[in-house]
Design a protein around this ligand. Sequence first.
Ligand code: CAA
Ligand code: NAD
Length: 293
Amino acid sequence: MAIQKVGVVGCGLMGSGIAQVCAAAGFPTVVREVSGELVDKGLKGIEKNLSRLVEKGTITEVTKGEIRGRLKGTTSIEDLMNFDLIIEAIVEQLPAKRELFAALDKICPPSTIFASNTSSLTITEIATATKRPQRFVGLHFFNPVPVMKLVEVVRTIATDDAVYEEVAAFGAKLGKTAVRAKDSTGFIVNRLLVTYLLDAIRALEEGVGSIEDIDNSMKLGCGHPMGPLTLLDFVGLDTTYYISQIMFDEFKEKRFAAPPLLKRMVLAGWNGRKSGRGFYDYADPQKPKAMKC
Ligand code: CAA
Ligand code: NAD
């Protein structure tokens, strides 16, 4: 396989998970963040995950050391100069992603494949910030990346067949089931999931049920691992807000519009679990308490 070394951009919720699974699958991996503190925070999260796997006996201390040895953090974009595949997992905003890829396009060799983990942006629109749209794909992972078995591999009308197959094979090498999707906003999963999550917020706004009762209904009534409001906190309310705006802009359908409550929570900095507060307060992460909202 031509993909031997992987660069990841962004070491937040998704980038840290992506970097972890790449290194665990044997790929030397460098992950870039915007500050040293954020690099440290991301790598600490990975360290914690790996230690948990050692405690459970899933991997040995030696394997953990090998995975850590394959993983490096950086704040310098120049350190991403020499990779076969770059996976971007930064904030869900088009200008930021286009700016990043335009810069990467200048420093990476023409052979490097670019992939975006975007949830909802059009891959074609990100790819046209570069001179290599034929070597550009969507590689959409799911949160938490080390646990969720799926990756959506997204092709645009410009993606080269061989590049697409190479990236699909790479997804399988990470231990994921790679499903193939067209470059249609939200791909497969978010096309279906986002309206469900937004409807849960609308149900709360309309007083159909309390936060706990809405969550318990879908957990206990439908066998979902998490209720929708817990899942929203888990995904990130800021990220969900950006996704809903992008999907509404694309489809012009009310079902994709951000509910006013979501907008207000994001304005207040309640971004979900990662900020300590969303539909629940995570002061004690083991016992989240429903907020009044
Ligand atoms: N990182 C790594 N591993 C984690 C983890 C994390 N953040 N959180 C949990 N795990 C592991 C645990 O160590 C545990 O492993 P073992 O089974 O080997 O012991 C396993 O996952 C189960 O964890 P828990 O027992 O602590 O808790 P749980 O049974 O409630 O499972 C969960 C946690 C896997 C997150 C489960 O609640 C779940 O599947 N939730 C739904 C997640 C989901 O829908 N994700 C998709 C979001 S949408 C998206 O990602 C796309 C987008 O563009 C927005
Ligand atoms: P996050 O806010 O947890 O992390 C984003 C990170 O990117 C931040 O730490 C930020 O400092 C960093 N960043 C921003 N600009 C950067 C740059 N130029 N270079 C390096 N780092 C930079 O967000 P997230 O939840 O990890 O989402 C990242 C991407 O993954 C988004 O496109 C999102 O839509 C997508 N996604 C999110 C989920 C989810 O459940 N949260 C699931 C699948 C896909």
